[in-house]
Write a protein that binds this ligand. Sequence first.
Ligand code: KG4
Ligand code: ZN
Length: 353
Amino acid sequence: MSDGPLILGIETSCDETGVGIVRGTTLLANAIASSMDEQARYGGVVPEIAARAHLEAMQPTLDAALAEAGVALGDVDAIAVTSGPGLAGALMVGVGAAKALAIALGKPLYAVNHLVGHVGVDLLRPAEEGGGELELPTVALLVSGGHTSLLLVRDLLDDVELLGETVDDAAGEAFDKVARLLGLPYPGGPQIDRAAASGDPTAIAFPRGLTAAKDQAAHRFDFSFSGLKTAVARHVEQCRARGEEVPVADVAASFREAVVDVLTAKAIAACRELGVPRLMLGGGVVANARLREVAAERAAAAGIALRIPPFALCTDNGAMIAAVGAQLVAAGRAPSSWDVGADSTLPATVVQA
Ligand code: KG4
Ligand code: ZN
């Protein structure tokens, strides 16, 4: 086992209650409870339901993580917690739990940026795969139901830059909304993926948001999916108005292709223009096989090394927050103030709140 501080990380920014435990850069536990089933009846994440579910899941998830790691709460050197960005009410549950634990145990508290956690998680890959070190600088494309961000990370603790983000829907949210338009259940990503398998990705020329020449000055690395969603809605309505059956497979495949095309084109362009030879992916949308495939093709063609953490570490989890906490502790950073609170719009550049 590697040495380093024993850190417990808590993540509650969206609908996953995550408690992870790491020692330095060694992953000891990654316990997760999700309220996705409860959200399914509403077709998306309802913040109040997420917050309540975190409250109920916190203690069992904490117990599961401690059992998995085989450590006692009293052995932990510090508590790390996501303080933002994310859903305010959901974040508050995690921050409250982390403060209570830290105070009760007499341990320091580290409030960590969720987006930076998605990058820091790559430290936890096994030693035989080069674990323990981040290859930097890297561009990171983080795509989930809650965020779509392109980061440039030169230093995990001191130099994280936001290159761009979505100006409207998150990529995963677009999958969820389009699935709903097609009459498919929540979460939409896997459903669209399944339907797209038998469809023609070139059947319908859906728009690629913020890729026009006029958008390049202000939105070079930003994303927009609301126009795409509207185009899908219009296509579906027109089919129905003509009394035709909606070609679900072709719509799904063409929609997925549009999302994947824009995400990968902008990520690779960022690497090229900034002279960064690496790209890493994170977030639940990484489950999309077509996204991984096109990212791999385009990265290889551009001579860019692509890193995709194991899927359980791509979706929201507490281990990634513990991993960043361990780096902060190892670097001798002062703990966060007891006054630190949930910050739903914490900027990507603020690694520790
Ligand atoms: O990271 P994540 O588990 O947490 C939230 O942001 O809640 O991401 C969930 C999102 C959902 O929007 C879901 O539709 C999307 O990831 N997703 C996918 C796929 N699997 C999950 N999107 C596209 N293709 C998939 N296969
Ligand atoms: Zn996330």
